[in-house]
Write a protein that binds this ligand. Structure first.
Ligand SMILES: Nc1nc2c(ncn2[C@@H]2O[C@H](COP(=O)(O)OP(=O)(O)O)[C@@H](O)[C@H]2O)c(=O)[nH]1
Ligand SMILES: [Mg+2]
Ligand SMILES: [Zn+2]
Length: 287
């Protein structure tokens, strides 16, 4: 039977399969191969009885994260707030790069629109609207949440973003009165659960959501300089069109990327982030 791991605790994996949850041990073979089953993994299980079984096989992963431990994050939902805290364009770009690298789709939420400076929302929309789906939300009134819910349909997603932006609020709204696949009403208050050490995948009829907000942004330590440009979708049409094949799009002559920047096709803010992140990767290599 196939299923999905909801959580792993103390050597047991709780697998949802055909509407039921089974407590499963992992076969020793995983330890031998150095593979740990993770929440979000699609697995093949065999049953001992109608409550317990064994994880026989992990199906191929889209991606896997160490911290928090989670697999198959299909969508990374970045939550920024319009105020308290103010949105950071630099941090948005770092999360976007992390999502691109992981092969996850990025959705950007701009929360707390009730506190927003209209010009700021407009600027944010101008920079990111053409690159990623952007949702303007109000966690206080629930405005915009239905559009986000619709976009998540059928997907396995995780929320991330700075502290205080509204991740717990939006998680509660998304899960509110949702019926979980195991039949319980999921009115669980997930607030204050940031200290839990295990990751849990929460399954609703419409979508699956990891209940951990801890996904981190771009990590310069594990990245090569040449890789970064590919994580900026608006650069992609220009890559390979510069005079030098190894162009890093800085001060090289006849650079297709900086030429798009001068024409206003690539935003200054995004390009600035590219340069900063590239420098971070270089600085990191020097040690
Ligand atoms: N004014 C306003 N406050 C909000 C909104 N969404 C969340 N908050 C508040 O912002 C604070 C931080 O929200 P929380 O969901 O805990 O953020 P998290 O740290 O990202 O999980 C809480 O006091 C929320 O009540 C919103 O849309 N408008
Ligand atoms: Mg929180
Ligand atoms: Zn170039």
């Amino acid at each position: 039977m196939q299923g999905v791991i909801l959580r792993g605790i103390g050597g047991f994996y709780y697998v949802l399969s055909e509407g039921r949850e089974y407590e499963c041990r992992a076969r020793g073979i995983f330890r031998k191969d150095g593979i740990t089953p993770l929440a979000g993994d699609r697995v093949e299980i065999s049953l001992y009885d109608d409550e317990t079984g064994a994880v026989e096989k992990i199906l191929p992963r889209l991606n896997a994260f160490d911290r928090p431990p989670a697999a198959n994050v299909e969508v990374l939902v970045l939550v920024m707030s319009a105020r308290d805290p103010l949105p950071s364009f630099g941090l948005t770009d770092r999360f976007a790069v992390a999502a691109e690298r992981a092969g996850a789709d990025l959705m950007i939420c701009m929360n707390k629109t009730d506190l927003a400076e209209p010009a700021l929302l407009q600027r944010f929309g101008e920079i990111y609207g053409g690159l990623y789906p952007v949702f303007f939300l109000c966690g206080r009134t629930g405005e915009g949440i239905e559009a986000l819910r619709a976009a998540l349909k059928g997907r396995q997603a995780a929320l991330t973003g700075p502290s205080g932006a509204g991740k717990s609020t939006l998680t509660n709204l998304l899960l509110e009165s949702e019926r979980s696949a195991t039949g319980e009403i999921s009115r669980r208050n997930l607030r204050g659960k940031n200290t839990t050490r295990h990751t849990e995948l929460f399954i609703t009829e419409d979508f699956s959501l990891f209940d951990t907000p801890g996904f981190s942004a771009f990590d310069p330590e594990t990245m090569e300089e040449e890789e970064l440009q590919h994580c900026f979708p608006e650069f992609r049409p220009y890559i390979g069109k510069c005079r030098f094949s190894d162009c890093m799009h800085l001060a090289e002559p006849d650079c297709a990327v900086t030429s798009a920047l001068k024409k206003g096709i690539i935003s200054k803010s995004r390009y600035r982030s590219y340069k900063e992140m590239l420098q971070q990767i270089k600085d990191n290599k020097e040690y």
